[in-house]
Design a binder for this molecule. Structure first.
Ligand SMILES: Cc1cc2nc3c(=O)[nH]c(=O)nc-3n(C[C@H](O)[C@H](O)[C@H](O)COP(=O)(O)OP(=O)(O)OC[C@H]3O[C@@H](n4cnc5c(N)ncnc54)[C@H](O)[C@@H]3O)c2cc1C
Length: 405
């Protein structure tokens, strides 16, 4: 079998790439290990996703789904709260997005790119990839049958599968400490359909332990705790441990304490990862097969779409015999966005950002600038909270401390 571009994985990065390549008339084959719908975590989008879905021609299919709108984020720590509304952000850009059950969302995207002419081979896993001068030979298996696919380029959108980083020895440890997540979906019978339900809610339990609350339009809500999970008692079931967690916090207990879990709570460990390089001869890594930092700012799908769209646009250029500077046009751009989020993840876990969030001292302009980071507009260098991302949060926290005396 032959195709112009082979894509590993039908997650958001893979389908975004496929959509761009199909727009330009290239032949695309996605090889997907599972059958869809399949569960994956990562359900809260950022407004920046809307631009990318639009560019890929995928927005309309998602608009038809009636997903829960997300207009901001609200953080809770004890009696303190801090709210960000995307409509008040600094960057003049999209002001809302959705929160989506990913099994469903990813299937809608995959079905849409199939409609646009991409071939999707489900239940088929990439096992090996050989790079020759002018082509790539990929070995895939499905139900114990092995075959090869020849392509001009290969895009690795395999997410946590990290196919090319594993095959080409590109993995490097993340700079972040190993953290874990413990999560489920609950029947959210106590949700009030007010403004709160159009936010992601983040409840800080300890400096480095926090809970996400992500409401869906189907009446279910995603609940997960991230950080040091040493509270988990190995002699108890995951159900029992999750109940104990909910009971430990009044806010969580009142809303979810008695509610039914949709599935036994799951644990994921050590999801943060890095790579030596994002591209090479005839290949490019996108989405989670590149870097994944941390769930705190819900940036994963945004990066998956951003990198999926950009990688495909650059491959289109090459297929049209235009020169591409992959280092500058791809790697530097993607890593610049990653670096901004890395600063904010670091400042979240060392509590500097929490000091800022829960202070009364920050004015609306500053809040708007931080809000643009939370909306995913991390390439807007006119925003001081992006341009000076390495120092500005600490400086602000010091000013707050001085003002408080
Ligand atoms: C605890 C936690 C919470 C998160 N919360 C959020 C959030 O709220 N918002 C957000 O935006 N992000 C979140 N993320 C990140 C999000 O999960 C990922 O960034 C996102 O799913 C990446 O998309 P992707 O397309 O790169 O990969 P995926 O969505 O993982 O898709 C990769 C696909 O590749 C397939 N595949 C793997 N190996 C092979 C193979 N060998 N052959 C063929 N196919 C293969 C897989 O089956 C899969 O379907 C969270 C992550 C974690 C760990």
């Amino acid at each position: 079998m032959k195709t112009d571009v082979l894509i590993i994985g039908a997650g958001p990065s893979g389908t975004a790439s496929a959509a761009i390549l199909r727009k330009e008339g290239f032949d695309v084959t996605i090889v997907e290990k599972t059958t869809f719908p399949r569960f994956v975590i990562g359900e809260s989008l950022l407004p920046r996703c809307m631009d990318l879905l639009e560019e890929a021609g995928l927005l309309e299919a998602i608009e038809k789904q009636d997903y829960k709108e997300k207009h901001g984020a609200k953080f809770y720590r004890g009696n303190d709260t801090c709210e960000f509304n995307f409509s008040e952000q600094y960057t003049k850009a999209k002001t809302w997005t959705w929160q989506v059950p990913r099994a469903d969302f990813d299937k809608v995207l995959a079905d849409e790119v199939a409609k646009k002419g991409a071939t999707i081979l489900y239940n088929t896993a990439v096992e090996n990839v050989v790079f020759e001068n002018d082509k790539v030979i990929t070995t895939v298996t499905s139900n114990d049958e092995t075959k090869t696919i020849e392509s001009k380029y290969i895009i690795d959108g395999s997410g946590y599968g990290r196919v090319l980083p594993n095959l080409l020895d590109l993995n490097i440890p993340s700079t972040l400490p190993v953290r874990s997540a413990f999560f489920t979906h609950v029947d959210d019978t106590n949700r009030s359909e007010d403004i709160e339900s159009s936010r992601i809610q983040v409840v800080v339990l300890k400096a480095d332990v926090w809970v996400w609350i992500i409401p869906f339009s189907n009446g279910k809500t995603s609940l997960g705790v991230v950080g040091d999970l040493s509270f988990i008692d190995k002699t108890k079931t995951n159900d029992e441990n999750f109940r104990i967690l909910l009971e430990s916090n009044d806010f969580l207990n009142t809303r979810f304490g008695k509610n039914k879990f949709e599935f036994e709570p799951k644990v994921i460990d050590g999801y943060s990862a890095g790579v030596k390089q994002l591209y090479g001869n005839r290949y490019v890594l996108t989405g989670n097969s590149t870097e994944f930092l941390d769930p705190i700012f819900s940036s994963g799908v945004t990066f998956a779409l951003e990198s999926g769209v950009l990688a495909a646009k650059l491959i289109v250029k090459e297929l049209n015999n235009e020169k591409v500077d992959w280092e500058k046009e791809y790697s530097e751009y993607i890593l610049q966005g990653v670096a901004v989020f890395r600063s904010y993840v670091d400042r979240w876990y060392d509590e500097t950002l929490q000091t800022v969030f829960f202070s009364d001292e920050i004015d609306q302009d500053i809040k708007g600038q931080i809000c643009s980071v939370l909306a995913g507009y991390v390439w807007d260098e006119t925003n001081p909270f992006i341009k000076k991302h390495k120092r500005i949060v600490q400086t602000l926290a010091k000013v707050i401390a001085i003002k408080k005396g």
